[in-house]
Design a protein around this ligand. Structure first.
Ligand code: KIV
Ligand code: ZN
Length: 514
């Protein structure tokens, strides 16, 4: 059995299925590049049949990514497979991942198919996918609640047809580690041609067991783990990439395999995904939470000062936590800016893009004395980006907040070509600003979430605000960053409005609604 653990990241596909986590094509490409930098083996870039946007994003990722395999998801249907094959055409290394449900409840209630028909459809799908690529993955959806003998039958048949990866999903997060590990072991032992494929797992976190189940599967022969940055994903999410990878790396003594990831890129990728999706990372989140390597109690601090290993099982540097560096200031020039951004692996597609980021940097440096790496990253993530194709732009905002007085906001926006101004009062300056924006745009959206995070420490830190808006079932997150949190809030609200007008309504074929 191989001693390499393949890391398959599905942040851009299953991760994007988290309500409110939809990403634009450019955002997906940015995340894919950071996964490639981390040396992720396979990047599942999307579900091409789900929407034109998904198709375009998979194609764009396939065009940009050279070192990782780029994968597209497809139901076991001809049209899904053909469209996935088309989207993956530009890929240097492409994979089609096709799936069909195999649990009694899914076959009867969702598919309304007999088991024999399901086997036939799976065989047909793998055969069709093989016309596009030799790299075909098959998943029996809801395998965690499927019957062992039926799983053995369908898996043997698709391996005969040329599926080289067999992924076992615990789609509803129902399994427990011992049981899931045994399932993997039994499948590998019972299926006669199991040695012709790599066994993979894909665990959901409904009971908080996704990482534990994945690791148990690895101990029992799985050699690919499907996971997401920060554990993003449907409902309670998927197994978190950073936790799986660091568990295997830290406990080499109990795992017979290792990943080849560059773990020092973990924190940067985690921040990027959090900033683009607006899903904040809880401070006590393993590996990437702000407190993951912080020691509060005196006894712990004393122990760590005497010998790090008394309370630390991993090095913070190994996952990319570095001391905040004050890198640039008000007097830094364009070249210094460009080269520091390059060191942070942020590249600009054109001189115009560089100039516009440099302009935002200068205006930030006027307001904030110390500019940290995190501030520079925010300049090019969802929070800091402004693009020319925005329908709504913030021109000016004035707020008045005084003890004993009702807060007021006066705002000027550019909407398409025209400038409009409005004033409103509210429960606080943020509420007044949102109401003033609504006086102009009349979006009829519902505010579902408002959150503020400090990007760095200090009272002059930039606030990074996330606003989640909902309209007719479409949910988007907008981000804004500024040293003034009322302005950051207005920017986030406007960013969400702009995204809403770009985001088409997506169906989720996995849930059967295409
Ligand atoms: O959870 C699941 O079953 C999936 C499959 C498509 C692999 O996401
Ligand atoms: Zn899933």
């Amino acid at each position: 059995m191989s001693d390499k653990l393949i890391i398959f990241d599905t942040t851009l596909r299953d991760g994007e299925q988290s309500p409110g986590a939809s990403m634009t094509k450019d955002e997906k490409v940015r995340i894919a590049k950071s996964l490639e930098r981390m040396r992720v083996d396979i990047i599942e870039a999307g579900f091409p049949i789900a929407s034109q946007g998904d198709f375009a994003a998979v194609k764009a990722v396939a065009q940009e990514i050279k070192d990782s395999v780029v994968c597209g998801l497809a139901r076991a249907l001809d049209k899904d497979i053909d469209i996935a094959g088309e989207a993956l055409k530009p890929a240097q290394q492409g994979r089609i991942h096709t799936f069909i449900a195999t649990s009694p409840i899914h076959m009867k209630m969702k598919l309304r198919m007999q088991p024999n028909q399901v086997v036939e459809q799976a065989i047909r799908a793998v055969k069709r996918a093989r016309k596009f690529t030799d790299n075909v993955e098959f998943s029996p959806e809801d395998a965690g609640r499927s019957e062992l003998d039926f799983l053995c039958r369908i898996i043997e048949a698709v391996i005969d047809e040329g599926a080289s990866t067999i992924n076992i999903p615990d789609t509803v997060g129902y399994n427990v580690p011992d049981q899931f590990g045994r399932l993997i072991k039994n499948l590998i032992e019972k299926i006669p041609n199991a040695d012709k494929a790599i066994f993979s797992v894909h665990c959901h976190n409904d009971l908080g067991l996704a990482v534990a189940n994945s690791l148990s599967a690895v101990m029992n022969g799985a050699r690919q783990v499907e996971c997401t940055i920060n554990g993003l994903g449907e409902r309670a999410g998927n197994a978190s990439l950073e936790e799986v990878v660091m568990a295997v790396k830290t406990r080499k003594d109990v795992f017979a395999c290792a990943s080849t990831l560059d773990t020092t890129q973990i924190v940067a990728s985690s921040r990027l995904v959090s900033s683009i999706t607006g899903f904040a990372i809880q401070p006590n989140k393993a590996i990437v939470g702000a407190n993951a390597f912080a020691h509060e109690s005196g006894i712990h601090q004393d122990g760590v000062l005497k010998n790090r290993e008394t309370y630390e099982i991993m090095l913070a540097e190994d996952v990319g936590w570095t001391a905040n560096k004050m890198v640039l200031g008000k007097h830094s020039g364009r070249n210094a800016f460009r080269s520091r951004m390059k060191e942070l692996s942020i590249e600009f597609k054109s001189e115009e893009e560089l100039n516009s980021a440099f302009f935002r940097f200068k205006s930030l440096a006027d307001r904030k004395h110390d500019i940290f790496d995190e501030d520079l990253q925010a300049l090019v993530t969802g929070a800091g980006l402004e693009t020319d194709n925005e329908e709504v732009k913030l021109i000016a905002l004035k707020v008045c907040s005084e003890t004993g007085e009702v807060p007021k906001a006066a705002i000027t926006l550019r909407v398409n070509a025209g400038e409009h101004s409005a004033e409103a009062t509210g429960g606080g300056p943020v509420d007044a600003s949102f109401k003033a924006i609504e006086c102009i745009v009349k979006s009829a959206t519902k505010l579902q979430l408002y959150s503020v995070n400090a990007i760095t420490s200090g009272t002059d830190a930039q606030g990074e605000v996330t606003v989640r808006l909902e309209k007719s079932g479409r949910v988007v997150n907008g981000q804004g960053a500024d040293t003034d949190i009322v302005i950051a809030s207005a920017k986030a609200y406007i960013n969400a409005l702009n995204k809403l007008s770009q985001v088409e309504k997506k169906s989720h074929p996995q849930r059967g609604d295409v």
